[in-house]
Design a binder for this molecule. Structure first.
Ligand SMILES: Nc1nc2c(c(=O)[nH]1)N[C@H]1C(S)=C(S)[C@@H](COP(=O)(O)OP(=O)(O)OC[C@H]3O[C@@H](n4cnc5c(=O)[nH]c(N)nc54)[C@H](O)[C@@H]3O)O[C@H]1N2
Ligand SMILES: Nc1nc2c(c(=O)[nH]1)N[C@H]1C(S)=C(S)[C@@H](COP(=O)(O)OP(=O)(O)OC[C@H]3O[C@@H](n4cnc5c(=O)[nH]c(N)nc54)[C@H](O)[C@@H]3O)O[C@H]1N2
Ligand code: SF4
Ligand SMILES: [Mo]
Length: 749
């Protein structure tokens, strides 16, 4: 601290997206406030870069409408309630429901910001173990589930994701992702725009395959329109060309691969000329791209949300990974590679032979779970499942009323749940339906470690973000709240449950030591591990026994939490991505079965759909396919109460191609009515040649229209929710919600 002033400079990472940019924050100690947030030029990853959202966590901290203490819904409105009373009520109500109706009468929905809170992630695992409900839902089923299943099916680990090695690639093919706006997802790179320009400057190419000429497409060397939902056939043809070109080369994993011939046989049937009319991609353009890919040693084929949340999300991501594998571009520099995270693991989830699918089914429609979850769009029908209703619901950092298909129906269904608790910081479209809301500290008030995102980064890194401000009186951290609920439900004190978790982690570390040739006693580990909070201690344990760890002194130059805390920057760069196969494979016998039944069982559905699409008459006026989009100033639904992020032009518009607009008598700015399976919304038209003809786009996360919310700024720029149109259609092979390529009818309102 400077002697003359009360300001202090603290370095931390930005907690708002996966990029984890390094920040310099000036904090004023006299009034416990943040004076400024700037990019840290000395952060080796981000080098001073930040986007407009770097200020988010301070705006949220200062937002007067953010909840700062628990509130209970009463006949007189929301009333403050003490923590003890609130937590006792949660435990009593939930225990009562479980005793009367069984464990599965309790539902849990977890949203996206939880991934940005390391401590909450740890304690969520414990809560899930304690509650053990089959009615578990998360934003993951409107997101990365197909990718998790592909990672499990081919590599044996649900959370071992390949990322494009952007810093060394010469050809980046980007399908169904818009990293220039999203800042990269399962692709952690600060300043993606510069990263892509660097690629171009060294002679490389960026090619975007997307039904919209997105911000990433605008920067790319080539953009190819594709009809939404048809990527699987594009990829089958892509693989066909590789085979035709005799470009199949399985490289250093050749000895681990099974069923290569069967895969080759499969793709023989899909020359580009056969799939062109279905995908809308010219056969010659596809051939040229596939040949270029085959001839480029360092090439990365990447896909994200647009590939996941569509009718054939699982098959598309399977093909994406198999193509990398059979072209020698997987686990090699410049191709698709896996990070080596300092905490050693690659997150929760199933490894090896335990199947992460089909272990139970939803009660109403019999849809199989995947990755321990039921599709979030089925929450509504599960709540009302006759005789097996969800009676108690816990939502954690989630806003499913806006984020999940059939949002309006969900909102209605929530009124029939006996008791809803929301762990959230706002009274919004979802939490306003709760009986009790328990807010937690926000990012400036607690420390954090980017454990999840260290697994998705394009360069290996470690980071520590210290607490910036003294928490306001009575504020509790989200992790502690979750721990407390888990403890009360299992009849323990929070400290006792924490102690069990610690003992379990120490056992894991002892075993890790044995596997790596370090003889460590539990006592020695317990003596040495350290942290300001239990969660920090857990991070210390994992880091010290991880791939760069100090092994509790055995490797004095290795990483520990203490070494991160004294490092001048918030992050330490741990170098380029490394080759990880075959060692890291967790499949039985370390085999990579290219034709795993998880994927091939969906081929008949794929073939049937292909025939239907071939036969389809596309002349039906007003019938369009809906896709989503994101904007740099949004983060799903939760930044709209911050004036800095909603001012300016209305972003919640229907983007439509000029030819379609003309045919439907829609001019710029008029209201269009867009009807889908779940309902109709009306919103202003934006005519733009960005869109592929026949495709329209609406962003998600808007629709702040409900009574009872306490987000005045959001309400003033409400927009509409595209999830009020989108029905509960699934990529049934992965139980993932389809929010892209959704059939809608468009007309003038
Ligand atoms: N149509 C369509 N739907 C989509 C998508 C799409 O592309 N198209 N994308 C999907 C994707 S990828 C995702 S991840 C989901 C997101 O789905 P959700 O995670 O359900 O939605 P969010 O809008 O991110 O809601 C975040 C919630 O967390 C709260 N929150 C924010 N910060 C904190 C905090 O620090 N502490 C606490 N306790 N609470 C906090 C906010 O108030 C808000 O209620 O949406 C999905 N829905
Ligand atoms: N600014 C901002 N950043 C964010 C978020 C945010 O809301 N705002 N959300 C964060 C979250 S939770 C996530 S998961 C990530 C998502 O990160 P991305 O996946 O990079 O983001 P999207 O903008 O959803 O990109 C999806 C793209 O897929 C295209 N698409 C739609 N359907 C299809 C299809 O069938 N085939 C093909 N090939 N393309 C298709 C869409 O036109 C769109 O351009 O972004 C994260 N970052
Ligand atoms: S890119 Fe992401 S991590 Fe970087 S400043 Fe913006 S929101 Fe924060
Ligand atoms: Mo997401």
């Amino acid at each position: 601290m400077n002697e003359l002033s009360t300001t202090e400079t603290i370095r931390r990472t930005c907690p708002t997206c996966e990029a984890c940019c390094g920040l310099i924050v000036e904090v004023d100690r006299t009034n416990n406030s943040i004076v400024s947030i700037k990019g840290d030029p000395d952060d080796t990853r981000s080098q001073g870069y930040v986007c407009a959202k770097s200020q988010v966590f301070n705006h949220v901290y200062e937002d007067p409408q953010r909840l700062r203490q628990p509130v209970l819904k009463t006949a007189e409105g929301w009333q403050p309630i003490g923590w003890n009373e609130a937590l006792a009520m949660v435990a009593n109500k939930f225990r009562g429901i479980i005793e009367a109706h069984g464990k599965d009468a309790l539902g849990i929905y977890v949203g996206n910001p939880l991934g940005h809170d390391f401590a909450a992630g740890i304690y969520l695992q414990s809560l899930m173990a304690v509650v053990n409900t089959e009615r578990f839902f998360s934003a993951g089923t409107v997101d990365q589930h197909p990718q998790q299943l592909v990672c499990w099916g081919l590599l044996g680990h649900e959370w071992l994701f390949p990322v494009p090695d952007l810093h060394r690639t010469d050809l980046f093919i980007c399908m169904g992702a818009n990293p220039v706006v999203s800042q990269g997802s399962i692709l952690g790179t600060p300043d993606i725009e510069k990263t892509l320009r660097d690629l171009q400057e060294r002679g490389g190419r960026c090619v975007v395959i997307d039904p919209r000429h997105s911000e990433t497409a605008a920067l790319a060397d080539q953009h190819i329109f594709i009809r939404p939902g048809t990527d699987a056939w594009f990829l089958l043809s892509f693989a066909h060309v590789l085979v035709e070109q005799k470009a199949v080369d399985t490289g250093h994993v050749a000895d681990n691969i099974d069923n290569l011939n069967a895969f080759i046989e499969l793709v023989q049937d899909f020359p580009p000329e056969k799939t062109a009319s279905v995908t809308g991609v010219d056969a010659a353009a596809l051939r040229e791209l596939a040949v270029r890919y085959a001839q480029t040693n360092r090439a990365a084929l990447y896909g994200r949300i647009g590939l996941c949340t569509q009718e054939f999300g699982l098959v598309s991501h399977w093909l994406l990974m198999v193509i990398s594998l059979i072209s020698g571009k997987f686990d090699t520099a410049g191709g698709m590679m896996m990070a080596t995270a300092p905490t050693g693991g690659s997150g929760p989830g199933v490894t090896g032979e335990v199947k992460p699918y089909g272990r139970w089914k939803s009660r109403k429609s019999g849809v199989p779970e995947t990755c321990g979850e039921l599709p979030a769009s089925l929450l509504t029908e599960e709540i009302t499942a006759s005789g097996e209703e969800i009676r108690g619901l816990l939502t954690i950092c989630g806003n499913p009323v806006l984020s999940v298909p059939g949002g309006r129906q969900l909102r209605d269904a929530l009124s029939s749940v006996d008791f809803i608790v929301s762990l959230d910081i706002y009274i919004n479209e979802t939490t306003s339906c709760a009986d009790l809301i328990l807010p937690s500290s926000v990012h400036p008030e607690h420390s954090n470690i980017d454990v999840t995102f260290q697994n998705f980064a394009t360069r290996n890194f470690a980071s520590y973000s210290p607490r910036l401000l003294e928490p306001e009186a009575g504020v509790r951290d989200l992790g502690d709240i979750i721990l407390d609920i888990a403890a009360r439900l299992s009849g323990l004190e929070a400290a006792q449950l924490d102690e069990f978790i610690l003992a379990g982690m120490i056992d894991t570390v002892v075993k890790r030591g044995e596997d790596s040739g370090y003889q460590l006693s539990a006592e020695r580990i317990r003596d040495q591990c350290d942290g300001d909070t239990s969660a920090e201690t857990y991070a210390d344990l994992l880091m010290r026994s991880g791939p760069y760890g100090d092994w509790f002194g055995a490797e004095p130059d290795g990483l520990s939490l203490a070494s991160l805390k004294v490092h001048p920057q918030a992050t330490i760069d741990l170098g380029a991505l490394q080759q990880r196969l075959p060692g890291i494979l967790r499949t039985p016998g370390q085999r990579i079965d290219l034709m795993h039944e998880l994927f091939t069982l969906d081929l008949p559905r794929l073939n049937k759909r292909f025939e239907e699409l071939l036969a389809q008459d596309s002349s039906d006026k007003g019938k369009m396919l809906l896709v989503g989009r994101r904007h740099i100033r949004d983060m799903n639904s939760w930044l709209h109460n911050l004036r800095a992020y909603v001012r300016g032009r209305n972003r919640c518009t229907l983007k439509i191609h000029p030819d379609d607009a003309r045919a439907l008598y829609l001019q710029e700015g008029v209201l269009a009515a867009v009807r889908g399976e779940a309902g109709t919304v009306e919103l202003p038209v934006e005519v733009t040649a960005e869109m592929m003809p026949g495709v329209v786009s609406i962003p998600h996360g808007f629709g702040h229209l409900y009574e009872g919310c306490e987000q005045d700024i959001a309400a003033a720029s409400a927009g509409v929710s595209c999830n009020d149109i989108i029905g509960t259609g699934l990529d049934i092979a992965s139980s993932t919600c389809v929010v892209n390529g959704v059939p809608v009818t468009v007309c003038r309102a």
